[in-house]
Design a protein around this ligand. Sequence first.
Ligand code: KG4
Ligand code: ZN
Length: 351
Amino acid sequence: MNFSLLALLCFQPMRILGIETSCDETSAAVAEDGMTVRSCVIASSRKSFENRGGVIPEEAARKQIPLILPVIDEAMTKASCVPADLDAIAVAYAPGLLGSLLVGTTTARVLSSLWHVPLIGVVHTRAHFDSLWLDTRNDPPAFPCVTLSVSGGHTEVWLRTSHTEGTLLGRTRDDAAGEAFDKGALLFGLPYPGGPALAALAEGGDERAYAFPLPLREEATCDFSFSGLKTALKYRLRDVGEEVHEENVRRNLAASYQHAICLHLTRSVLRALERHPDVREVHLAGGVSANLRLRAMLKAEAEDGIKVRWPVALTYCTDNAAMIAAAAFFAAKERGESAFAPFLTKATAEG
Ligand code: KG4
Ligand code: ZN
């Protein structure tokens, strides 16, 4: 029997080292039972891309190479962990920047082989779903739930009945919600990543000052479309002319644009809830779940009795390795040895 499954059966906490390198973060974390985070270390090369319009893939991967081992070392030390304490190593293997993913997966494979610890491959976007369980041992989320997953590359709404089962109800037809923030921020001349910068600019602005079209308004769909909003912002910025340099005009425009994105996301969640009246929880995951306006709007619009949740820490909203360890734990718990199978190396299979 796989010794990690043995740990589950013996009710020992299952300790997993997570590794996440899918974009410009290099992260390692040790988590127990998908909920208790013993350490979570994140090194980011974001600063160097701030004024260059976005991440340059090859450069991001090159910057991760010298970081990955010290980051893992720090995560293990902070968790007071030695390799023999680990039940598995989990690594994000897709989607993401190819070179960056290779830094993480290659390192994970080598460590798995050297330390004789099984390896679990995790899909990054699914791991965001499990980020809501981190540090929630006293009040864990529940199924069924409607999950709105909003990141820089993906926007999806799911009906989920377990960690590994669910139905995709809607997805974006063009840009992701994070991209809508990032591209909008670029139009304002704000630094990458645009989401937090645009949200900061929108603070105190009048979100009713400028009208933006609600995408897919006429369709009974849970899908999303953001490219029209971005174009509308471009024309609004052009139409205000020289006033674009006035602080209150910029604030009002940013607030109105943010409001339009959040309203579009919220409408889709409400539609999903209407279709599935048995659902009592809404989960907000991915980088854009850090957005305070989106959180407030979802809470205000969801009917009484529906609990709206997001990750308990800001670090768990954006890319981090603790969610990779959590996703691996729940996959192993629900799927047993098949969670390990696609990623087993010969050495670990024999080990
Ligand atoms: O999940 P994530 O860290 O990386 C991906 O998997 O893509 O998400 C990054 C995205 C970026 O587009 C970033 O601008 C956005 O999340 N983001 C935000 C906020 N914080 C991060 N968007 C809006 N408001 C925020 N506070
Ligand atoms: Zn992500």
